[in-house]
Write a protein that binds this ligand. Sequence first.
Ligand code: HEC
Length: 106
Amino acid sequence: MKKRSAWLTLFCIAWIIGSCDGVVGKRKALSKGQRIYLEHCQRCHGAHGNAQLNGAKNLQYSTLNMEERVHIISNGKGVMPAFSGNLDAEEITHVASYLDSLPVAP
Ligand code: HEC
């Protein structure tokens, strides 16, 4: 009998861990570009790209092409810091293309 409740406890623990995994899985579903954006860009550009803090441009209205974005993100411009020291070329490409899918603010 004792043994059975031990198994039951184990089963419950496994089940709880299993459901936590679901949460981790959802977090992973954020695209790489989005994760980089939230970590490095949100503080000036805001979650929707339109916060315009510290004089940051509204990214929802940016007309720059990929090449121009990558250039600004890598080298910075005015108040915006250069990210080439923090992010590698692949990460910069990911975040630059993420700008196309910024959620439009209500
Ligand atoms: C310290 C604040 C700050 C941070 C952090 C920041 N930016 Fe900026 N960003 C600015 C400012 C200010 C400008 C306007 C630069 C100018 O034109 O003088 C700008 C401009 C831009 C532009 C050009 C928009 C246009 O249409 O001209 C892009 C693209 C951009 N940022 C992307 C990013 C990305 C991607 C990140 C994160 C990797 C980021 N920024 C992080 C402040 C910031």
